[in-house]
Structure formats: structure tokens, C-alpha cells
Write a protein that binds this ligand. Sequence first.
Ligand SMILES: [Zn+2]
Length: 461
Amino acid sequence: MLNSGRMTLGIEVVLLTAAAISAAQSANMESPGRPDPQIAAALRQVSAQRIQSNIEKLVSFGTRLTLSAQDPQSIAAGRGIGAAREWIKSQFESYSKDCGGCLAVKTDTFTEAPGDRIPKPTEISNVYAFLKGTDAENAKRIVLVTGHYDSRNSDMLDLSGDAPGANDDASGTAVSLECARVLSKSKFPATIIFLTVAGEEQGLNGSHHFAKMARDEGWQLEAVLNNDIVAGDKSKDQDHLVVRVFSEGLPSAATDQEIRRIRGLGGESDSASRQLARFIADVGRTYDAGVKPMLVFRLDRFLRGGDHYSFNQQGFAAVRITEFREDFHHQHQNVRTENGVEYGDLTKFVDYDYVSHVARLNAATLASLAAAPAPPANVNILTKDLENDTTLTWEASPGGLATEYEVLWRATTSSAWEHAQNVGSATRATLKLSKDNVIFAVRALDKAGHRSLPVVPVPER
Ligand SMILES: [Zn+2]
């Protein structure tokens, strides 16, 4: 039945010989993608000076504590979270003006009920801009970048004391803004959202509300990049060439049945968030952002949290991007000097070139995803017969952008995809490799070489 190149029931079957696989392994091992000139041109527009002026402006609001002032007088005086919110909105609007109204600027406002870190009902606003996809079918696919614009000092209920938050997280907010500015000059088939949230320091309130809205409204959110603490603090052991990318292993939103399947198949390192992290590593090899992603296979830093978790909880692929080494004297601290040690999250510790490199890595990832075909659908691994070959089947990538597919695999002990075999436009492939010994995935490509997120197959039912 399974002959090379034969069409069977409209499905092309590819049977690979061991020699072909071995040649493919050496030819394709960890090969970088093909850079897209339009994306490379957009990355050259990322400006460290713009990022510097945006971070300095955010710090100028004195405090951006979620509980701080947001009445009209304070906004007019330029102090408190309300003034920061209005300024962020005006930035998105100015970028939109420069691209003929290409961005839809929106605010997601709600009242958070009192809780541990919220003494009274508090209005919280997330500010975001949509760059709608240009392809009707693919515009419903969304990729998103976020940072939190709220800040705090030593006392998370201190409404009026300064909380500059230059690194945590004016830097991440500046990444969302700069990505919006440079990518709004290009067109992509899928939609990109540039988000800034509040309430992170009080309990991930803004991101929780936004992620829940995305799930309740059935958004097809394929990837979330959360940038939190990406200023490359100028402490002596900082590595300015590396940025960490944290991703969950077992999905936070998995059901008990899904956890049982993951355990049975050895899929503990193959969540959608982890595929996104590997995609970012791939982007880091394809484009020279100035900083290399270092994947950390953990939800977040040890026992700590961030806004990507809100998206993970709603079942979305989301990662956290953070500088290589944090300086805890410069986070969540009142500005002061004690025993010769400077405390406080001040602009003087920010490496603006580093933030621009992180912004470039984010923009390259967003653009690569928004330009790429949707991942292949219903990827299965046939298990009816016990056999040493492996047959994978899938449905064409929805949206019509894909022209071909690649089967990826790696040893079960490997962290990164090691091999790729192009199977043309086939939606079924048989490989002379035992499903017992490797982990497979399938990704879609378009004719320009844009790669989709890979999908790990599930056993066919
Ligand atoms: Zn933060």
C-alpha cells in the first residue's frame, strides 16, 4: 500500500529510506530558517533611542502603581498610573497615524474587586493595539506581545511614593510599543496585538482579565510573548548577549485525561508553550537580533510568576522573556542608598541597546509567526498496528498559505528539534524510525520558507 510518491485516496505517501533519512539528518540538523527581507528591514528600524525616551517617559510619571491616582487632575499633572495609561494610548495612536490608521487602539477596562493586594474596588485598564491581518482567512489567527506598565516600590500599597519601574516593567512596555511602531509599517496575513497590561504587581489582574476575555470570545491566539524585566541591568555579572525564555512543561490548562496521555507518551517537554520557545530559538538563529535566546524549561523563575501564566491558565501558548541576570537591589525597592548600596529601579541601570536587541527578537518572532501559515491541523500518529516504521497524517494547514510540510524529530533525551525532513505537499508521511525512540512534530511552510509552529502528533483514535 505505501509506495513512494504514489497517490492513494488523494493522499500522497512518502516512504523514506534509511539512507535518505540519514542524508536528511546531516543536511538539515538545526538548520536556520530563510530570513525574510521585509522582516529584516523592519528589524533595522528598531531604535535604542526611541526605547530610551519611552522608558524615561514612563519613569517620569513618578509611580505607576495600579492603585495610584488616575483622576483627571493627576493625569493632567502627569503623575500616577492614569497618566501613564493615557500616554501609552497616545503613542499607539501616533504610530497608527503614521501608517494611515493601520492600528486599532483599544482599552480593556474593568473594576477589580478588593483582595489581598487591592484594598478597595479599583479600575484597571489594559491598553492595546491591533494590526489586523491582511488575509481574510488568516486574520483571525493572532500573535501577541505584552509587558506590564504598572510598577511598585518596597510597599505594594504605597500609593504616592516613587516607584520608577524602569526595568520592571517599563522595559517590557517599551518592547510592546517599539514592536508596534516598526511592524505597523509592514503587512502580515495574520493579526498582531501589541498589549500593555496593569495590575501585574497586585496579582496578574490585568493579564488575567485579558486572557479570559480572549478565551471567552474564542480568539485564535497562537502565541503570547511576555516581556518582563528585559532592561539588561548593568550589574557586573550580566550577560548582555543572552535573554532567557521561560516556558511551562505540563500545560497549566491540561485536563486530568490530557495529563495521563502526556505521561504515557513522554510528552512532558512538548507543551504548545515549549514549541513556541523552540520557535523563538529558531528565530534567534535566522535573524541576528543582537541577543541570543536561552531556553529555560520551567514556567518562570524559581517560585516566581508573571503575566504569561494568565494566558497559560486559559490554554494559550505563552512564554516569559527576561534578562539573563536580575539585580534584586533594583526591583520592588524604594529608591535609596544604604551602606553604600544603591536601591531602586532606576533608568541609570538600564542598557538601552540590550532592550533594543530584545525588542528585535520579539519583532522577528511576531513577524515570523504572522507571516507563516497556520500550523497543520489534526496531526496524528498511526498506532493501529504495532510496527517499527512511523506513519504520521495531518490535515492541510487551514488558511491556504502552506505549500509544503516538514516532519521534525529529536531523541527523547534532546531538548531541541534535531532533524527535519521536507515531505512536499503531502499530508501523510512514513518514516523508517520507531515512534518508541524519538519525538515527532509536523510544521507547515509557505513558498517563501516561513515556518509555522510545529505540532506534536497525538495517537490516532
Ligand atoms: Zn514585572
